[in-house]
Design a protein around this ligand. Structure first.
Ligand SMILES: Nc1ncnc2c1ncn2[C@@H]1O[C@H](COP(=O)(O)OP(=O)(O)OP(=O)(O)O)[C@@H](O)[C@H]1O
Ligand SMILES: [Mg+2]
Length: 514
């Protein structure tokens, strides 16, 4: 027979086992209180029912119908799931898993330290990552997008990503896409005619932005646009798309210097007021540029008389009698780079210097009187694009380049931390980083208008071309005849044309149309 002491000991043991079992059961079921609650409700109601009305099959059926109804409604009103048996627990477990993955991604993408134990409000499910976390690292959406793109490999199978800031601060919806999104810029087909334009000088169209909207250039008050990039990057093609838009406009005259000496700009010859593809005759180039400076100075002097105000842009914009002068200096290094001139060729060095001075003054002072200078180069260095020109240009276009130095020579400054860079552009012609006066940079794709279509448009508008600077008189040439431009305001070249010094000679063929 067991002693009293043994019985006490056994009682304690039994109590401990039962207590342990109870705690373990409660611990296991702690996540299932909704389901347990429903079971308890069933049990209690059934017990009462059995004692009284004895209609338990009907009661069970009505509860089952109620459950099915709630289940159906919960598809639309998800919050109902929190009160449904089993489903509530499943949902909670899934939510916790989504949050765990979201927090892991915050660490994997470097938005929080890997040792940070906090559980933030962020969830990842089926390729969509929601973040509602007030983290300092999440304030700049551009930076967030760059970081996510850089580490895209963190997400299995992700090819692309769409980052949307749902609210200021750390609120994002980040969608990882398994197929690369079609970039409208890559899909661009060649144009069959110039893009149409509504005459707004603030927005002359030329291509596409990343979101597929039309990319436009602000010509108003733009006295200079520097264009640079590797050979074949699409500089000439891009400018063809942009300038062809202006070809049918009688308020625009084109003056072209083709430093390559080829046929890249031949399409515009019929419409161009001046078309010079002789890259050897430095004297002529300098004289022509100085003649345009003469026209600009004349306009500066007389703008108030002509228009009643100092700026063409505030007084109706360019017109047929006071047109916008678009100067394209393609491959300007041929004209401006002193490294390409033998040191003992004093004349060539002097004309180079004069050409640079003329371009520089046009870019500095031409804004208010409708002068727009576009130097382009495949060799973007400070020799090809002297700072006297580049630093005064209102805008810049960088096609693909190999080095950061080249990009800086075109854009004036290095890209900011969040800016796109021209060294990372796809090796496809037409893609470029463009900058505006405000310094914003974006990647665009220029349209591509094949030269025959561009030439057709130029021929159709050839009757619109007018002489701007008049015939160029060299110092060694005769003095008779007009020496100036045919602008209605009078002698455009008078103050610039050097006076003849020696014997008369027959006049050389003019680069300008008659
Ligand atoms: N936007 C574009 N889309 C598709 N193809 C283009 C585009 N622009 C140019 N191209 C193609 O790329 C070729 C080279 O373009 P382009 O002559 O404009 O380059 P570039 O930068 O001016 O070169 P270079 O420095 O040698 O003058 C063109 O002949 C044309 O076939
Ligand atoms: Mg070119």
């Amino acid at each position: 027979m067991a002693s009293k002491k043994d019985e006490d000991w056994l009682g304690v043991l039994l109590g401990a086992i039962l207590g342990g079992l109870f705690v373990a059961t409660a611990w296991v079921l702690r996540r299932f209180w909704v389901t347990l609650g429903w079971i308890a409700l069933f049990g209690m109601a059934l017990a009462r029912d059995v004692e009284t009305v004895r209609s338990w099959p009907l009661y069970m059926l009505s509860v089952a119908v109620l459950l099915v109804l709630l289940l159906i409604l919960s598809r639309r009103f998800r919050w109902l799931r929190k009160g449904l048996p089993v489903l509530a627990e499943v949902e909670r477990a899934r939510g916790q898993k989504r949050q765990r993955i979201g927090n892991r991604l915050l660490r994997d993408f470097g938005f929080i330290a890997s040792s940070d134990p906090t559980s933030y409000r962020t969830w990842f499910s089926r390729g969509v990552w929601m973040i509602d976390a007030p983290l300092a690292t999440l304030t700049d959406p551009v930076w967030v997008e760059n970081v996510v793109r850089d580490r895209l490999a963190v997400i299995d199978g992700a090819q692309d990503v769409l980052v949307e800031q749902t609210n200021v601060g750390g609120h994002y919806r980040i969608t990882f896409l398994s197929d690369a999104r079609m970039d409208p810029r890559s899909e661009m087909a060649p144009l069959d005619r110039p893009l149409s334009w509504d005459g707004n000088w603030d927005a002359v169209p030329y291509g596409l932005r990343a979101d597929g909207s039309l990319a436009t250039h602000r010509v108003r008050e733009c006295s200079g646009t520097v264009v640079g990039g590797l050979p074949g990057g699409g500089k000439t093609g891009g400018l063809t798309a942009l300038l062809s838009v202006l070809v049918p406009c009688p308020a625009v005259q084109f003056l072209i210097w083709d430093g390559k000496g080829g046929h890249d700009w031949g399409w515009l010859a019929a419409r161009a007021s001046l078309f010079n593809r002789d890259d050897e005759d430095r004297e002529q180039i300098a004289l022509q540029l100085e003649a345009v400076v003469g026209v600009m100075r004349e306009r500066l002097d007389r703008m108030v008389d002509l228009r009643g105000g100092p700026s063409i842009w505030d007084t109706g914009g360019p017109s047929e009698d006071l047109p916008l002068l678009v100067l394209v200096i393609d491959e300007c290094q041929a004209i401006l780079d002193k490294e390409l001139i033998p040191r003992d060729d004093k004349d060539a060095l002097r004309y180079r210097q004069r050409a640079e001075a003329a371009i520089s003054v046009l870019v500095r002072k031409g804004r208010s009187v409708g002068v727009w200078v576009i130097p382009t180069t495949q060799k973007p260095t400070s020799d090809s694009l002297p700072t006297t020109i580049g630093s005064n240009a209102a805008s810049a276009i960088a096609f693909r380049v190999k080095t950061h130095e080249a990009e800086r020579a075109i854009m004036g400054t290095a890209p900011g931390a969040n800016d796109p860079t021209a060294t990372a552009l796809p090796a496809v012609p037409g893609f470029a980083v463009v900058s505006s006066e405000t310094g914003d940079r974006e990647v665009v794709r220029f349209g591509y208008l094949p030269v025959d279509a561009a030439a057709r448009a130029a021929h159709e508008s050839s009757s619109l071309r007018r002489s701007v600077i008049g015939p160029i008189i060299r110092p060694t040439e005769p003095t008779e005849g007009p020496t100036a431009g045919s602008e209605p305001m009078g002698d455009a070249q008078g103050e610039q044309a050097p006076r003849p010094r020696r014997k008369r000679a027959s006049r050389k063929p003019q680069a300008e149309p008659a």
